[in-house]
Structure formats: structure tokens, C-alpha cells
Write a protein that binds this ligand. Structure first.
Ligand code: CMC
Length: 367
């Protein structure tokens, strides 16, 4: 907790003032002016791409979206599992079909990172279709990363505004230092295990409600609250029972999570556009009134607070909220692993033993 474990050039967070930089660039500039494909390049190569570099990377992503039929068979076999468990299973399964899976050179790892980034949405959407009794939708090379994800999910070409919303969401989730899932990935990388193993391990770590699961929990909470007038009583009861209000608080930020701003604006706009402003009103009431006194203790909204309301309004089922976080984070996990491989030491902290000492072994019949 709050220990610096290594140096990084991938992202910078100043939790006291709510500042986040990817490779030196402010998240607000990136969210407003960039695209997810550009961010993938930035996070993995360290620089913003020029036109030719971006075109090459985009082409590579579009060309690598398909997943082998064998992985679809695996997805089919485990379809009743949570989508994160399916994603984790399929991600590690992809190692069997990747000729470079055991090559830990930087160049091979960047290529694998791009292939995993490209294929992850195909896994998540294929699973959702299969479990809904539908055929998976093949990737559409005419659409960008965000648009193709929505297309494979709903089998419908999405409108530009929705694509841009999803694109920003992926940008905001792309990289975030050594959070729990990136730490899990780095621990695997530190044993010189493969990128597939590290990234699929990160998917497992992201699944928990203290990390990636919060968006889903916030939406569940909003549905339970039902309308803005109930928000105060609902939250009071939780807080009186010393329970947490999901979507608030962060291990690093003691100010507002800078990523939340972009999703707040979009949640409001989408709610108005769809004629369903209730979710945004509930969330606003929670953040501006009920939880306002908690700001003195450094508890503000985090990135997950508004995300759930957006996904819900887009018609995305709630158990796909965490996988969406994962789809955005694949480049960040990979960049963290590449840094770890480059200047590696085995991550092996120690535990302070507090149990009994030197006990006498008693044979089983005498216990
Ligand atoms: N609601 C109410 N009280 C809270 C909350 C919350 N969401 N978060 C922290 N607190 C209180 C907590 O009860 C504790 O109070 P006290 O000192 O009186 O016991 C104090 O703040 C410190 O909490 P902590 O758990 O020691 O702090 P942490 O740094 O370990 O917590 C956290 C970080 C994210 C686990 C926590 O804030 C939390 O559980 N939040 C809700 C889950 C959530 O929204 N997670 C998404 C995080 S952002 C996405 C990501 O990057 O993963």
C-alpha cells in the first residue's frame, strides 16, 4: 500500500490533485482529442504516432481481430461462467495459437499486445452471443476498434456518437500505473512467464468489486435506489452500516479521479438524448449532496461511477461492464509487462510470520 515498487514511463498519477498523464500527455487532452488506436500506439511505443504509423497500427489491429474456431469451442464449453472468467480462459487459450507466445523480446511482446488488444473484443462479444443462443458476429474491418466492438455485440452498425462514446471509454481505461491488475501482470512477467499468462492473470485480478467490478455495482445500486429522492436514505443506511458506496474512493486519488469528468459529461448527454435522465440524476444527487461531506476525507467519485450508467443506457448487460474495462486496459497491462521484462527482478516480497513456532509434530492417530 502506497509503496513505490519500480520506475515507470507509462503513466503518471498525482492523486492529490487528480492528475493523470499517459506517457507525459494529459488525460484530458487525450480524452478530448485522441482516439483509442492512437492511445494504443502511445502506451506501447511511448510516442504519439504520425499518420503512417497510426495507419499501420490500425491496419494491424483490424487484421488480427479474428479468433480461432477452437477458442470459440472453448467459449461455448464455458459459456455459463462470468464473462471475465471466459475472457481469462480464452486469453490464455490464445497462447496455443500464437507462434510468438514464448518469445519475450520487446518487439514480439508489442506484436502480441496488439493481437491481444485486437482479439479481446471478439472474445467478449462471441461469448455474449453464444450464451444468448446467437451466432458470434465476425469482426468488421471497415469499423474502428470501438465501432467494431459494438457491431460484434449488437450485430448492428453503431452510430458515430455511440462509437465516440465507447472510444473515449477505452481511452480512459487504457493505462493506470501499478493498480492491482497491472501488479498481478507484473508479478507474472517478473518470473519471465509469457505475456499471455500475465495479461490473463490481470483479467482475474480486475474482476473484483474493489477494482474493475465497481461500475456494475454502481448500476445495481442505482437500480435499487430507483429514483433521486431515495438516494439519500439508501446511502445513509449503507454508510451507517459502515458499507461502501461503490464508485467512490480510490487508493491513489484523494481528489476527483480525472477520468470521471469525461464520463460524467457523457452520461448526462446520453441520458438526455435517450429520454432517461434518471440514472444521471441519482448519481448527481449521490455525488453532489450525499457524499459531498466525504470529500474532506479524500473520497470523491472514481472512473467507474458514471461508466455503468452509460453502458446501461447503451443496452449493454451489466456483467459485461468489467470486460469493457479489460478491453481498454490490455495495452496498459502489456506496457507494464514490457517495462518489467526490460529491467527485471523477480517480484517476491516477504510476509511477516506471526504464527506459532517450533511446534511438535503429533502423529494423526494421536490428534
Ligand atoms: N464509501 C464509503 N467510504 C469509503 C469508500 C466508499 N466508497 N471508500 C473508502 N471509504 C472509507 C473507508 O470506509 C475508510 O474509512 P475508515 O478510515 O473510517 O475505516 C477510509 O475511507 C479509507 O478506506 P480504505 O479502504 O482504507 O482505502 P483504500 O485506499 O484501501 O480504498 C478502494 C480504495 C477503491 C478499495 C475503496 O475506496 C472502495 O472500496 N471503493 C468502492 C469500490 C470502487 O469504487 N472501486 C473502484 C476503484 S476505481 C477503478 C479502478 O481503478 O480499479
Amino acid at each position: 500500500m502506497n509503496v513505490y515498487m519500480d520506475n515507470t514511463e507509462s503513466s503518471f498519477i498525482d492523486g492529490d490533485i487528480g492528475k493523470l498523464l499517459y506517457r507525459g500527455y494529459d488525460i484530458h487532452d487525450l480524452a478530448e482529442k485522441s482516439t483509442f488506436e492512437e492511445i494504443v500506439y502511445l502506451v506501447l511505443y511511448g510516442e504519439l504516432p504520425n499518420h503512417a504509423q497510426l495507419e499501420e497500427l490500425d491496419g494491424y489491429l483490424r487484421a488480427n481481430r479474428r479468433i480461432p474456431d477452437e477458442i470459440i469451442t472453448v467459449i461455448d464449453a464455458v459459456q455459463s461462467a462470468h464473462p471475465m472468467d471466459v475472457l481469462q480462459t480464452a486469453m490464455i487459450g490464445l497462447a496455443a495459437f500464437d507462434e510468438e507466445s514464448e518469445d519475450n523480446s520487446k518487439e514480439a511482446n508489442i506484436r502480441k499486445a496488439l493481437r491481444l488488444t485486437a482479439k479481446a473484443p471478439t472474445i467478449v462479444t462471441a461469448h455474449h452471443r453464444v450464451r444468448s443462443g446467437l451466432e458470434p458476429v465476425a469482426p468488421n474491418p471497415d469499423l474502428n476498434h470501438a465501432g467494431n466492438f459494438l457491431f460484434m455485440l449488437f450485430n448492428e452498425i453503431p452510430d458515430d456518437e455511440t462509437v465516440s462514446l465507447m472510444d473515449v471509454d477505452f481511452i480512459l481505461h487504457a493505462e493506470h500505473g501499478v493498480n492491482a491488475s497491472s501488479f498481478a501482470a507484473r508479478v507474472s512477467a517478473s518470473t519471465n512467464s509469457t505475456l499471455h499468462a500475465a495479461v490473463s492473470g490481470a483479467v482475474g485480478a480486475l474482476k473484483g468489486p474493489a477494482h474493475g467490478g465497481a461500475a456494475e455495482e454502481v448500476m445495481k445500486m442505482s437500480i435499487e435506489i430507483g429514483n433521486p429522492e431515495n438516494a439519500e436514505e439508501y446511502a445513509r443506511k449503507k454508510l451507517d452500516n459502515r458499507e461502501r458506496i461503490m464508485g467512490f474512493g480510490h487508493r491513489v486519488y484523494r481528489a476527483e479521479d480525472p477520468r470521471a469528468r469525461h464520463l460524467r459529461e457523457r452520461s448526462q448527454a446520453l441520458g438526455e438524448k435517450r429520454g432517461d435522465p434518471r440514472w444521471f440524476q441519482i448519481l448527481t444527487h449521490l455525488s453532489e449532496d450525499v457524499m459531498a461531506p466525504y470529500r474532506d476525507r479524500g473520497i470523491y467519485v472514481n472512473v467507474d461511477f458514471y461508466a455503468g450508467s452509460i453502458y446501461h443506457l447503451l443496452g449493454i448487460p451489466s456483467d459485461l461492464f468489467i470486460p469493457i474495462f479489460a478491453l481498454g486496459r490490455v495495452p496498459g497491462w502489456s506496457a507494464q509487462c514490457i517495462e518489467q521484462y526490460e529491467n527485471n527482478i523477480l517480484l517476491r516480497p516477504r510476509l511477516h510470520y506471526v504464527g506459532p513456532m517450533d511446534r511438535e509434530y503429533v502423529p494423526i492417530d494421536e490428534r
